[in-house]
Ligand binder design. Structure first.
Ligand code: AMP
Ligand code: ZN
Length: 112
């Protein structure tokens, strides 16, 4: 999608701090980190949110989930991490391109 911020980041039109990339996903540091480690894991294809998934995305979503622990460990999060997926305005989603947040380390906010 031409007017999507995260599609522009994948294309390299907007700079980002890339951590990992493969044929299906792109991973970069959140520009406004809520903890010492705050990554965003996004699919290279434009999917708006979890609300827009179809069965054909099953392999992609599984790939994203399976990568999370490896990505967290690569940032030094050896004793665990938090994963957040905001969906739609009611879920606090601000960017309309599906993304999984990985958070951990110092300064991680409480959940309650
Ligand atoms: P959400 O509220 O779940 O939609 O999260 C969107 C996230 O994208 C927020 O944590 C923002 O800080 C982050 N963000 C927005 N613009 C950028 C950018 N240009 N580079 C990296 N992260 C960004
Ligand atoms: Zn997009």
């Amino acid at each position: 999608m031409s007017d999507c911020l995260f599609c522009k980041i994948i294309a390299g039109d907007i700079p980002s701090s890339k951590v990992y990339e493969d044929e299906q996903i792109f991973v970069f540091k959140d520009i406004s980190p809520k903890a010492a480690v705050h990554l965003l894991v996004i699919p290279k294809i434009h999917i708006v949110s979890l609300d827009n998934l179809t069965p054909e995305h099953q392999t992609l979503i599984t790939h994203m989930m399976l990568k999370l622990p490896e990505l967290a460990r690569s940032q030094g999060l050896d004793d665990g991490f938090r994963t957040i997926i905001n969906t739609g305005p009611g879920g606090g989603q601000e960017v309309g391109h599906l993304h999984m947040h990985i958070l951990g380390g110092k300064g991680m906010p409480g959940f309650n």
